[in-house]
Design a binder for this molecule. Structure first.
Ligand SMILES: NC(=O)c1ccc[n+]([C@@H]2O[C@H](COP(=O)([O-])OP(=O)(O)OC[C@H]3O[C@@H](n4cnc5c(N)ncnc54)[C@H](OP(=O)(O)O)[C@@H]3O)[C@@H](O)[C@H]2O)c1
Length: 239
């Protein structure tokens, strides 16, 4: 029997990059995975890939910035798959530039997707998890939460917010049977870098599969143990 047989997961940002790799890894361990992101074609491709490999997947197009859509995502997952054991929040956006000259509105998409929607997703998912007295939440932050990278002030602020939020939520849910962990990867070779000018060398970054492996570790630990924060760095590469 695989480590996650009988379990059900929601992965946001599952259409590409880290979320896609996490969804595949969870499915390979036997979890049925609800895939959430906005781009339907990407979700359909990931769902097909998982099913062809013998896993279970449900594509649920969702904009995580819409609170009602997130509630519907959890309801549909419970309706179709029966329970909810794992939430991985990998939906995220990034744009960079110096604070001098930045417009306050430049911050809004990152604050909304990277921080506010993490709270909204966790809040919706923890209801069935607390009811079951079983669940693991993994929020994807970044080493940018704690390392000063010029040009990344807004992005870093959202990721530091995710770390702080996750640690408080972990304490609130201690004793409820629900673990909350935050994963802080260094640079990962994903499509996120496609629109970033002068992006660093991708051969020196982590791969999405590296991050998926760390997420898998966090969700497959025995119930009595919780990895609350895990920093994953490219050995010898760039941060
Ligand atoms: N790449 C890195 O170097 C790196 C390092 C550390 C941490 N991270 C973090 O890891 C997470 C995933 O990053 P990635 O590199 O995999 O990015 P990516 O390749 O650009 O993928 C981002 C995913 O998030 C989804 N998404 C964005 N806005 C959304 C919204 N409003 N509603 C639902 N889904 C949304 C995207 O799908 P749609 O656009 O179709 O909605 C896509 O599936 C992010 O939080 C990122 O900050 C990345």
């Amino acid at each position: 029997m695989s480590a996650l047989s009988g379990q059900v997961a929601i992965v946001t940002g599952a259409g590409r990059g880290i979320g896609r790799a996490v969804a595949g890894a969870l499915a390979r361990e036997g979890a049925a995975v609800a895939l959430a992101a906005r781009t339907r074609a990407e979700l359909a491709a990931v769902a097909a890939e998982i099913r062809e490999a013998g896993g279970g997947a449900l594509a649920l197009p969702t904009d995580v910035t819409q609170d009602a859509a997130v509630e519907a995502l959890v309801e549909q997952t419970l309706g179709e798959l029966g329970r909810l054991d794992i939430l991985v929040t990998a939906a995220g956006v990034a744009s960079f530039g110096p604070v001098m000259g930045a417009k306050p509105t430049d911050w809004d998409p990152m604050l909304t997707v990277n921080l506010r929607s993490v709270m909204v997703c966790c809040r919706a998912a923890l209801v069935p998890m607390v009811r079951q007295r079983q669940g693991t939440i993994v929020n994807i932050a970044s080493v940018a939460a704690s390392r000063a990278v010029p040009g990344a002030a807004a992005y870093s602020a959202t990721k530091a917010g995710v770390v702080a939020f996750s640690r408080v939520l972990a304490e609130e849910l201690r004793g409820e049977g629900v673990r909350v962990g935050v994963l802080l990867p260094g640079a990962v070779a994903t499509p996120l870098w496609d629109t970033i000018p002068n992006a660093p060398d991708r051969t020196r970054m982590l791969t999405p599969d590296d991050v998926a492996r760390a997420a898998l570790l966090m969700v497959t630990l025995p119930p009595g143990a919780a990895l609350e924060a895990l920093t994953l760095l490219p050995a010898g590469g760039i941060l």
